[in-house]
Design a protein around this ligand. Structure first.
Ligand SMILES: NC(=O)c1ccc[n+]([C@@H]2O[C@H](COP(=O)([O-])OP(=O)(O)OC[C@H]3O[C@@H](n4cnc5c(N)ncnc54)[C@H](OP(=O)(O)O)[C@@H]3O)[C@@H](O)[C@H]2O)c1
Length: 270
């Protein structure tokens, strides 16, 4: 893959920690940063996938890599990730909070632990990791943090109630933090994709609708990282999403919420 000049200028020779690097958008983010010459610490639960990705990117782009398998539902995982990087003298200049998952279906029929873990991984781990890595970034007056939100963060979404709420959290957290730490030279950005090619639907239990247009993870990753490097505090990586979010400002939220309920209602619900 040809490197983005913006990303090469911003990130060549730096170290990035990417969560959720075993699939989908996380793999694409790793590829973009590797092509730009950044060294990578990769984490997720599936160690075999991380190892294979690390070896491929190392061979292809001549970068350094580190693989740190961890389950972000475990409250001890963020400290393990910190100790395996900053703790060993590897400064993390770019923190990519990408790991996450959703659930599509009726809330009351879903597994309670699955819902609870979604909040742990999508929100609690993001706060914990960011809180751990930020102080040294501030001390160095250098650091970038990308947080994966979603276009689901712009309205309540029935049948994805918990997921959409976690993504509002991520988006607001990122945008607020960006204002708070910008004065120290730290850039924070919320990346808000729409439907993107990945394993997300499989995990969330949704059927892929052929009619629906899915954006490539590679395009989402490039636009999100370029936005971060350019100091944008949020990025919606496709024009349809930007138009939709803009238009929603002029419609009462209860109408939008009702429309979303119709759109996401499973066939089993009459
Ligand atoms: N795809 C979309 O349409 C879309 C749209 C908007 C936003 N997003 C956001 O994009 C991010 C990436 O999702 P994706 O679409 O690339 O989905 P994906 O292909 O399913 O990848 C999710 C990644 O998160 C990791 N992960 C899940 N649970 C974890 C846990 N307990 N501990 C550690 N890692 C965990 C997975 O790794 P392991 O299973 O190996 O642990 C995997 O690497 C998510 O935050 C999602 O909310 C996706």
């Amino acid at each position: 893959m040809a490197a983005s000049p913006i990303l090469t200028r911003a990130y060549k020779g730096k170290w990035a920690l990417i969560t959720g690097a075993s699939a989908g958008i996380g793999v694409a983010l790793a590829e973009e940063l590797a092509a730009a010459g950044a060294n990578l610490a990769l984490t997720a639960r599936r160690a075999d996938r991380l190892e294979a990705l690390a070896q491929r990117l190392q061979a292809q782009y001549g970068i350094q890599t580190r693989v740190i398998p961890a389950d972000l539902a475990d409250p001890k995982a963020p400290s393990l990730l910190y100790e395996a990087t900053e703790g060993l003298g590897t400064p993390i200049d770019i923190l990519v909070n990408n790991a996450g998952f959703g659930y599509l279906g009726e809330f009351q029929r879903s597994d309670r632990d699955f819902q609870r873990t979604m909040v742990d991984v999508n929100c609690a781990a993001v706060v914990d990791l960011t809180h751990r890595f930020l102080p040294r970034m501030i001390a160095r007056r250098n650091g970038d943090i990308l947080i994966l939100a979603s276009t689901a963060a712009y309205q309540p979404v029935a049948y994805m109630a918990t997921y959409a709420a976690t993504k509002v959290f991520d988006r607001y957290f990122a945008e607020a933090l960006a204002e708070e730490v910008g004065r120290f030279g730290i850039r924070v950005s919320a990346l808000c994709p729409g439907p993107t090619e990945s394993e997300f639907g499989q995990v969330a239990g949704s059927r892929k609708e052929e009619k629906r247009k899915y954006q490539s993870a590679a395009e989402v990753a490039r636009l999100g990282l370029e936005g971060l490097a350019q100091g944008k505090t949020w990025v919606i990586p496709y024009s349809g999403g930007r138009i939709q979010v803009f238009a929603q400002r002029f419609v009462p939220r209860r109408f939008i919420t009702k429309a979303a309920e119709k759109m996401f209602r499973p066939e089993t619900v009459k």
